[in-house]
Design a binder for this molecule. Sequence first.
Ligand code: FDA
Length: 393
Amino acid sequence: MQQWDVIVVGAGAAGLFCAIEAAKRGRKTLVLDNGKRIGRKILMSGGGRCNFTNIYASPANYLSQNRHFCKSALSRYTQWDFIALVQQYGIAYHEKTLGQLFCDDSAKDIVEMLQQECDKAGVQIALQQEITTVSYQDGQYQVVTPQLSRQCQSLVIASGGLSLPNLGATAFGYQLAEQFGLKVLPLRAGLVPLTWQPADKAVFEEISGVSLPVTAEANEVLFPEDMLFTHRGLSGPAILQISNYWQPGDELTINLVAGQDLTTLLTELQQQHPAQELKTALSRVLPKRLVEKLLELNVFQNQPLKALNPKSIERLVDSLQHYIFKPNGTEGYRTAEVTLGGVDTDELSSKTMEAKKQPGLYFIGEVVDVTGWLGGYNFQWAWSSGWVAGQYC
Ligand code: FDA
């Protein structure tokens, strides 16, 4: 039986960060992971460049049944703390858009930084470990794999969510929470493309590849970003963001002319080019293939601009500003970036991430019911929650 102070399950962003902090405090710390290498999601994140944080990260960017829970961790280890670490390692980065920070070069830089921090602090890492049972006796956790039994005082669960099952995602963390009597809130795929109803698929798959800036709205939440038509449905940042707020059966309201003053444009064009066709005028503000599709769907009738009047312009603008889609569902965990729901935050201390009714058991990162928007917020939660747990475990 090997004896450890701390065992962390999951060598992702949260687990590694927690282990580094625990080991810095002199705790004998081991990280167990079922994969062949550490930080696999970090490596593939942000298109290989890892959107590692967001300069605007604040509790308002997170979904959770208890919206206050994330405040403590986010304020104790902030985006500025992580940026300082990245700078200390000389990793070049840039702001892409909306405060999203990406590596200039490769996500590998972040993983190498974490590996070096682990080495410096003395964290041990064991890969390709399949945990068969976990039990608790006399203030110690027994963590058993086919090869070995290990014992620890503090057990930290950082096993992530269900997205990308082919990358090692398992329900381990949720099952372990339930084993110890902790409530797990319903899980669903988040930051995920939405799929067509069969009838819409037949109509819209022809324009797959078309992308445009929109605002996407569901349940009174609104995101202004780009939307992409795909063979399967709708994607792009605006859709991934709104997918966190969309529930099956809900409608999605899309402003196809977001940020454009279409009323003024059409009124001016009407005066300058009265014989111009409406579809030509609309092609100035919308992708041509989408305009053709909207015409086919009778969203507007093609006619010379001179045939329009203020009322018909108003009606047209309104229909383009409030275009309704009723998605069938989501693409699910196969393509989702995150899992919504998870270990109920009521079960955990927001200061330490320790389970209130199970001493020495901690949950951090995505396995907890805290989910960020798209844009570096989820990694920031992993760093922040990992860091705070590392101060106590
Ligand atoms: P994470 O999933 O990273 O790590 C969990 C680890 O536990 C994994 O290594 C897994 O193999 C291991 N594990 C699972 N079950 C186990 C078991 N039974 N035994 C042992 N080990 C087990 N976020 C962001 O902020 N910016 C971005 O650019 C992106 N980009 C992005 C792209 C893609 C394609 C995805 C899928 C996700 C993102 N994300 C993101 C989200 C981000 O990757 C995610 O929120 C964090 O990785 C969560 O960190 P965790 O450490 O909690 O889990």
